[in-house]
Design a binder for this molecule. Structure first.
Ligand code: MOS
Length: 727
């Protein structure tokens, strides 16, 4: 069964297509945009709350050991100091509930350098920061020479493996093969808005303003940690200045602010410094990856091997899922996918934008380039010959997949010169010029989502869910869906997000947010439509909603009139269903880049880059394009500059700010072209959308690496490809 869903099949049209040309898909401006640029959209730390005390986290100056005691008296006389607060809920990851009677409980065990273990609370931020520096504490730290920091120096444990057939034999029998080991360094998520929280406790209920991606899940974490009922907690995360995975779970600032507010009976604000964000929140694991690709004489893959070594702290569940796209992207019946985790004492490793594919695709696509060279085959052609008919391990059919279209249309739009290639063919002065390409792929995720849609008596529409907008455009797309489904202008729709008093959304992460929350709003609107049809006394199929009126059966009424005083409120629930298990689903694309490499300094500059992407229905052409551009910008960072460095002696993060950790700046980013390929994927979600948030980061660094080789002939196996490595 190699059925592929196509948008032109009749079953792939749905109501949103009948509404086409109105709002869904249009590049509508963000409704939240004006408030954001005017500074009127409050972020977590910006709420003005009476009598708020300020907390500053105190972090461990060693990598492994125990805080044996904290001397509160060392700071009690200082100006403005209110309290020191600490117990194991601050150091526990994941958070665990404990009974807690005294303000400071020791001992506290420490697992990484920079781990927060106490909160100093004072009247002002400056007083708290000053006292946090002065706080005395005793500890017993392990000798750093006995602590493992280097992932290659310890025995790793197997985390995930797929073995099928005999890869060694496939490699031995292959007409052409490559066997390459790559290294990628750690990444920081470094969202623009640092982690921040303000907690208020009224003796019974806790209200927390925090910067979080998933309030629907964070409320459970917080309830667990604080031993409270979820009903007694309200989390508000209306605006989030980026997350990139680092705000999927609650971090210490939210737990600490909550504990402090409950103990002191006073609102408490905690904002992490940029250095604390870098040192304590989350890192993407560095990786060592071995790629083995075996091909027949025509370039069809017969064997596929992808083995990765990643790291995390002891007892942490997460392992960077490096082989995630390798599982479904290319054929090869003899296959071996493996992820091993080294237990070391660098800070916690977790999800950073596109966990898995971001680093797994860039190496795979660099290896594919080398295979194409061996085959003397155009790299695009090699990919086209390796689009499998069915999932190579599970045998599942693919849902809609625009890989071929992305490769062909991307090549065309970029002006790709097809054919076998040779490096060092073009030079302009001191710059070698080259081009490179890569496939993009990111697995499709969805999550259970709920939203309430209310048609009000004044003809406006209210959408409520605790879903977040982390800069991605949730306010926009939910506005567009509700406007089209109910036939009102977008200006009449109010979307209210990020409040756990609302129905539970899916949260923002893993590129599942838009498809999942959009579907819940779509389903709620279907229910509202049904109620409108009943009130009008017509079949729903005959109902026509537009311009704030309902028509059908020869009747016409204003929506406001039908809604009446109490309005029409319906809740829509989207549950990932069978379709999600019946197909292998992913978003696909292709990257093309042109890079100049300086022949004397080894400096690499991306001159232009194009991404062609198919991710199901485009809900908002502007915000979707922005996601792609953001992802491609990360590719430039991953290829050329980004690298989270750990001191080999004591394991601390060396480059813990944006001056030392180099993300691409405007000077580094050329014009980025994005080609969005029209697609509907009915298996992916009721609104036929897949994920786009992370697709743009999945593979593009490989296209840049391949362009560097094509420019100057340097095949590098370590990312990022800094001048010292290229030269
Ligand atoms: Mo994402 S790294 O799942 O926010």
């Amino acid at each position: 069964m190699s059925k592929t869903l196509e948008m032109n099949e009749p079953d792939t049209r749905n109501r949103l297509d009948d509404m086409a040309g109105r709002n869904v898909g249009a590049p509508m401006d963000r409704p939240d945009g004006p408030a954001k640029v005017a500074g009127a959209a409050p972020y977590a730390a910006e709420y003005v709350i009476d009598n708020v005390a300020e907390g500053v986290l105190v972090t461990a100056p060693f990598a492994r050991g125990t805080i044996t005691s904290i001397d509160e008296r060392s700071i009690t006389g200082m100006d403005g100091v209110i309290a020191v607060i600490s117990d194991e809920r601050l150091t526990a990851r994941p958070a665990q509930g404990t009974a807690n009677e005294t303000p400071v409980q020791t001992p506290l065990s420490i697992a990484y350098f920079g781990q927060p273990f106490a909160l100093v609370v004072a009247e002002t931020f400056e007083q708290a920061r000053n006292a946090a520096k002065a706080l005395k504490f005793d500890y017993s730290a392990d000798d750093p020479s006995e602590i493992p920091f280097d992932p290659e120096a310890v025995e790793a444990e197997e985390n995930d493996a797929t073995r099928q057939g005999d890869l060694d034999k496939a490699m031995a029998d292959a007409a052409h093969s490559v066997d390459i080991t790559y290294y990628t360094e750690g990444h920081a998520s470094a969202a623009m808005e640092p982690h921040a929280a303000i907690a208020e406790w009224d003796g019974e209920r806790l209200t927390v303003h925090a910067s979080l991606q998933m309030p629907n899940y964070n409320i459970t974490e917080l309830a667990d940690s604080l031993n409270l009922e979820e009903d007694n907690i309200r989390i508000l995360s209306r605006y989030v200045g980026g997350g990139f995975g680092s705000k999927l779970g609650v971090s210490q600032e939210t737990v600490a602010a909550s504990i402090a507010a409950m103990k002191l009976g006073r609102p408490v604000r905690v904002v992490m410094s940029r250095q604390q964000v870098f040192q304590t929140v989350m890192r993407r694991s560095e990786t060592k990856q071995r790629l083995r690709l075996a091909a027949d004489k025509d370039g069809r893959l017969t064997g596929f091997g992808h083995e990765a070594l990643v790291s995390n702290l002891p007892e942490e569940d997460f392992a960077e899922p490096v082989t995630q796209a390798s599982a479904f992207l290319y054929p090869g019946k003899d296959r071996e996918l493996l992820i091993e985790v080294a237990r070391i004492h660098r800070m916690t490793a977790g999800s950073v934008r596109a966990p898995g594919e971001a680093v797994g695709m860039q190496t795979l696509e660099a290896a594919m380039d080398e295979l194409a060279e061996k085959l003397e085959l155009d790299p695009v052609e090699l990919r086209l010959r390796n689009i499998p008919d069915e999932h190579p391990a599970s045998g599942l059919p693919y849902s809609s997949r625009k890989m071929e279209e992305a490769l062909k249309q991307g090549a065309e739009a970029f002006g790709w010169h097809s054919g076998p290639r040779k490096p060092r063919q073009k030079r302009e002065g001191e710059w070698w010029i080259g081009t490179g390409m890569a496939t993009a792929a990111r697995i499709h995720n969805v999550g259970e989502a709920e939203a309430r849609v209310t048609l009000n008596g004044d003809g406006t529409v209210l959408v409520e869910t605790d879903m977040t907008d982390i800069g991605t455009g949730t306010y926009s797309i939910l506005t567009q869906i509700a406007a089209d489904m109910l036939g009102v202008e977008p200006a009449k729709v109010l979307v209210d997000l990020g409040d756990t008093n609302h129905p539970r959304g899916p949260g923002s992460g893993g590129s599942w947010g838009a498809a999942s929350s959009g579907s819940s709003v779509f389903i709620a609107c279907e229910a509202v439509r049904k109620a409108i049809a009943e009130k009008l006394g017509v079949e729903e199929a005959d109902l026509e909603l537009s311009g704030g009126t309902a028509k059908g059966g020869g009747q016409e009424k204003l929506l406001s009139e039908l809604a009446g005083n109490e309005g029409i409120a319906k809740t829509g629930t989207f549950k990932p269903g069978d379709a999600q298990d019946d197909y292998a689903m992913a978003s696909y694309g292709a990257f093309f880049s042109e890079v100049a490499v300086n022949r004397w300094t080894g400096e690499a500059r991306v001159r232009r880059m194009l991404g062609a992407f198919g991710f199901g229905r485009v809900l908002n052409a502007k915000t979707a394009r922005s996601q792609c551009i953001g992802g491609m910008t990360w590719c430039i960072g991953a290829a050329l500059t980004e690298s989270l460095l750990f001191d080999p002696v004591d394991g601390h993060v060396v480059n813990c700010d944006l001056a030392e950790y180099h993300v691409p700046v405007h000077r580094d980013v050329p014009h980025l072209d994005v080609l969005m390929i029209e697609e509907r994927d009915p298996a992916a979600s009721p609104i036929q959308a897949k994920g786009v948030g992370e697709l743009g980061i999945c593979g593009g660094a490989g296209a840049i690496a391949n362009a560097i080789y094509n420019a100057c002939g340097a095949r590098l196996y370590e990312f990022p490809m800094t001048p010292d490595r290229i030269i």
